[in-house]
Design a protein around this ligand. Structure first.
Ligand code: ADP
Ligand code: MG
Length: 618
């Protein structure tokens, strides 16, 4: 089956026999099977016909179901890597559990009766037979879960107190996280794990069924197969899922407890979302659109089986009794619709094997390409060798073959030998000229390359410098005296009182003002990390690493700072790799760096004594 092939969901219908209670009530049968594909239901005096892939009447045995529904074929597909699902649905008491696992009494300590085995045991038995005769490694493992009240529980680890999560991704689709898997190699091993799981299932007594399953259960048998000869593409991971759905139940009357009502509501909700998915899948308008798999855990986990990459068999279980007619009709309608669902089955190769197979294919292609290229190259060489002969002749080769060619040329043309000689000389001259030109060009290229290298070195240095300029935040000490700031202060400042010192980013022409309380004798000025770290204090330019000292009060108000002789002195100039660090020093909140926000350093600056530890005091 190729990846493009579509496979319709196979739908079978199984009618169970009348139960003893139904017989005792004198219930009448409502349906009969004229052949193996049709089912006629008597309804309101009329007969309604349904057709299915297989119809199994009340007399059909468990083995008939296994043989006639094509389950062997499904298992064969699972062995080669496909995901195959069999699920039974129908109202409570219609025979779903009986069909999938066998009668409930079978698991309550009564003697084992292989003829009562359901599809689970029969499928695993067939699977073991098939895989035991296979060459290579085969590993079989099983997981078993139930969905109860929209929670997933691991039936093989019933002691766990928390439910499991359903996750989904592109590669694996939906899966249950941390679900345990148990390896088995014989039917006995499998029976043990199945019985343990079945004992953990939640059941309760319902009107239609004494041991009604109140949860949906999914048994997944994983089949890992690897061929002995290590052929490419032979490592596969197939799956066989057997799903026993909880039946829809109409809970009537006040006798129904709150728990039962909640159970029923959850069962009905998930069955409803299953119905919605089926409707969406068969609706030609919605087919390529949204399928509401995410509506319930059940539909998430069945998404591969419904419209996905799996192969699916649905078994519609119905009761023949008149009392169940309405539910029976619903089930049959529902399953008739499901027949129109189409899947696109894809066999699953183990991922790394897939990769190896892909790479092997690629190597093969490359080898072939290599060979073709070699052939091509040798043919080119051959033709070059042949074509080099006349050239040699033109340059006066003494090759006898060349002589023949020369003679031939001389014969064939009207030129005299003198003429040819001239021509030869001309060509040789031209050749020399071209060689000189080529040499000059090569030199030029060489020097351009060197120049380019120098330029890129210079550029790197400049970029480095620029980087430094952009990242370095410089802090200068303004040594206070009594500064008068003509351009920034209004009026003369008083000695020992406040003076203002304005710093300006030259590059952006924006003020980065610093107010200096001069009574502290020293103030710190921080420049934000800007491209032009040159500052202007009161109209005078200051490079970033400058100690600015105010003038004594006696001096004129024209000059308000002077450059310190110690501009190199690190004791006065502090560098910070970023504004953030300088701000941290001031205990100010760090703001995004921007030359548009003037730095108000001093109003919130700590006293200079705290900052000037180790600095020179004037
Ligand atoms: P469901 O799982 O649909 O609720 P069960 O499988 O538990 O229903 O079946 C309900 C009752 O009917 C059980 O007692 C079961 O043994 C009986 N039953 C169901 N199908 C058959 C059948 N094909 N032959 C005989 N008894 C059946
Ligand atoms: Mg059941």
């Amino acid at each position: 089956m190729g990846p493009q092939d579509e496979a319709r969901v196979i739908v079978a219908a199984r009618v169970r026999p009348m139960s003893e209670q139904e017989d005792a009530r004198g219930e009448q049968g409502t349906m009969y099977c004229p052949d193996q594909r049709h089912l006629l239901v008597c309804h309101g005096g009329r007969e309604k016909a349904f057709s299915f892939d297989v119809v199994l009447g009340p007399q059909s045995s468990q083995q008939d179901v296994f043989e006639e529904c094509g389950i062997k074929k499904l298992i064969d597909m699972a062995i080669v890597g496909f995901s195959c699902t069999v699920f039974a649905f129908g109202q409570t008491g219609s025979g779903k559990t009986y069909t999938i696992t066998g009668p409930h009494s079978r698991f309550l300590g009564s003697s084992q009766e292989p003829q009562m085995y359901g599809l689970m045991q029969r499928s695993v038995s067939y699977l073991l037979d098939q895989t035991q005769s296979m060459d290579g490694d085969v590993s079989l493992s099983a997981s078993y879960l139930e969905i109860y009240n929209e929670q997933v529980w691991d039936l093989l680890t019933p002691w766990l107190t928390s439910s499991l999560s359903v996750r989904g991704n592109q590669t694996h689709g939906f899966y249950v996280e941390n679900l345990s898997t148990v390896e088995f190699g014989s039917l006995e091993d499998f029976m043990k794990l199945l019985e343990a799981g079945l004992r953990s299932r939640r059941t309760s007594s319902q009107a239609q069924n004494e041991h009604s399953s109140r949860s949906h259960s999914i048994l997944t048998v994983s089949i890992g197969a690897k061929a002995a000869n290590g052929d490419e593409g032979t490592a596969t991971m197939g799956k066989l899922c057997l799903v026993d759905l909880a039946g829809s139940e109409r809970l009537r009357g006040p006798s129904s407890s709150e728990d039962l009502l909640e159970e029923a509501a959850n069962i009905n909700r998930s069955l409803l979302s299953l119905g919605k998915c089926i409707s969406a899948l068969v609706d030609p308008k919605k087919k390529s659109g949204h399928i509401p798999y995410r509506d319930s855990k059940l539909t998430k986990l069945l998404s591969d089986s419904l419209g996905g990459a799996g192969i699916t068999l649905m078994i519609a279980c119905v009761s023949p009794a008149t009392a169940n007619l309405q539910e029976t009709l619903n089930t049959l309608r529902y399953s008739s619709r499901a027949k129109r669902i189409k899947n696109r089955p894809i066999a699953k190769q183990v991922l790394h094997e897939k990769l190896v197979v892909g790479l092997q294919g690629e190597i093969r292609l490359l080898r072939r390409e290599n060979m073709l290229l070699r052939q091509h190259l040798s043919s080119v060489e051959e033709s070059a060798r042949r074509s080099s002969v006349p050239v040699a002749v033109r340059y006066g080769s003494s090759d006898p073959l060349g002589k023949v060619e020369t003679d031939h040329l001389a014969e064939g043309s009207s030129c005299s030998s003198a003429c040819l000689k001239d021509l030869l000389q001309e060509v040789m001259q031209e050749n020399r000229k071209l060689q000189v030109e080529k040499g000059a060009l090569l030199n030029h290229i060489q020097s351009s390359k060197q120049q380019g290298a120098l330029l890129s070195l210079e550029k790197a240095q400049l970029l480095h410098k620029l980087d430094e300029l952009q990242s370095v935040c410089c802090m200068c000490r303004v040594i206070s005296g009594t500064a008068h700031a003509t351009c920034c202060c209004s009026g003369p400042s008083l000695c020992g009182q406040v003076a203002r010192c304005s710093l300006q980013c030259l590059h952006h022409q924006l003020p980065m003002a610093v107010i200096s309380p001069l009574h502290r004798r020293r103030a710190l000025v921080a420049l934000p990390p800007l491209r032009a770290l040159q500052a202007v204090a009161c109209g005078e330019k200051y490079p970033a690493q400058t100690e600015i000292q105010s003038e004594p009060p006696s001096q004129s108000a024209g000059l308000h700072g002077r450059r310190s002789s110690g501009t190199e002195s690190r004791g006065h100039v502090q560098h910070f790799p970023a504004l953030r660090d300088s701000r941290a020093l001031w205990g100010q909140p760090v703001e995004p760096q921007s030359c548009r926000s003037p730095i108000e350093v001093l109003p919130s600056a700590p006293p200079i004594s705290a900052l000037s530890k180790g600095a020179t005091t004037r």
